[in-house]
Design a protein around this ligand. Structure first.
Ligand SMILES: C[S@@+](CC[C@H](N)C(=O)[O-])C[C@H]1O[C@@H](n2cnc3c(N)ncnc32)[C@H](O)[C@@H]1O
Length: 234
């Protein structure tokens, strides 16, 4: 049988894909690694089909490996007889806990088949939420900016895991970037915030990202400069 990694999107239950919902409807058990993903899954799946997995709050690699081994054993045992799903927010292949499960399954249960159903990632949803167009031909890098860090280099960056917006903002503006922050975008839990002022989101919240664009970058967009004189407007 199959273990499906299902991406739930950024948090709004309506942004689960049709295919993702079909899989959630069809499997016997839906495992979720976190409280928020469970809340979204619960909009589509009755609690009787939600499976329990224990994840310790630790960064200790040995404890983590053991926890993922236990989780993979539980999922694999169920998948011997039934199709099951493991849900994550966003896309299962972008900065996701699903990677731990997949690696552990492949090491200890290589016979179990795994299929991924992509989800709407914060990596793309941010553009709509922040009303930013990533024009064709431009580059965009995904980086991490935890604990006040501020990667620099690319002209345009999405920064995940922004936990100290004030410090990250200070460093990025000093390096010549304009910065916008997005918190809990397309999420029903908590308050959605979009701001250029880091003091408004000084309080730590894991579901915070930033978009940083180098000041003064030149863009040539084919339809940007219209000549609105009479001969073109007819
Ligand atoms: C471990 S990554 C998970 C990314 C997820 N797999 C995806 O594809 O969107 C978590 C980070 O993604 C960003 N993130 C995810 N969902 C978000 C949302 N709805 N609003 C703002 N940031 C979000 C935050 O920066 C957060 O720290």
């Amino acid at each position: 049988m199959t273990v499906y990694g299902v991406g739930l999107g950024p948090g709004d239950p309506k942004l689960v894909t049709v295919k993702g919902r079909d899989i959630l409807d069809s499997v016997t058990t839906v495992y979720s690694p976190g409280r928020l993903s469970r809340t979204v899954a619960r909009q589509h799946v009755p609690s009787s089909r939600i499976g329990d997995l224990d994840f310790p709050m630790t960064r200790d690699p040995d404890k983590l490996r053991r926890a993922w081994k236990d989780a993979a054993n539980a999922v694999a045992e169920k998948a011997m007889s039934d199709d099951v799903a493991f849900v994550t927010l966003g896309d299962p292949n972008v900065y996701s806990t699903f990677g731990h499960l997949r690696r552990t399954l492949s090491a200890f249960h290589p016979a179990i088949s795994v299929e991924v159903i992509p989800g709407v990632s914060a990596m793309t949803a941010f553009a709509t939420a922040l009303d930013i167009e990533i024009e064709s031909g431009t580059g965009l890098s995904l980086r991490e900016a935890a604990n006040g860090s501020a990667p620099t280099g690319p002209d345009r960056m999405i920064l995940f895991k922004v936990t100290d917006a004030v410090e990250t903002h200070e460093k990025l503006t000093a390096a010549g970037y304009n910065v916008q922050f997005g918190r809990r975008l397309f999420m029903e839990q908590g308050e959605t915030m979009i701001t250029t002022d880091p003091t408004e989101i000084a309080e730590r919240d894991y579901y915070t990202l930033a978009y940083a664009e180098r000041e003064g970058i030149e863009q040539t967009v084919p339809t940007a400069a219209f000549n609105t004189s009479s001969e073109e407007s007819v």
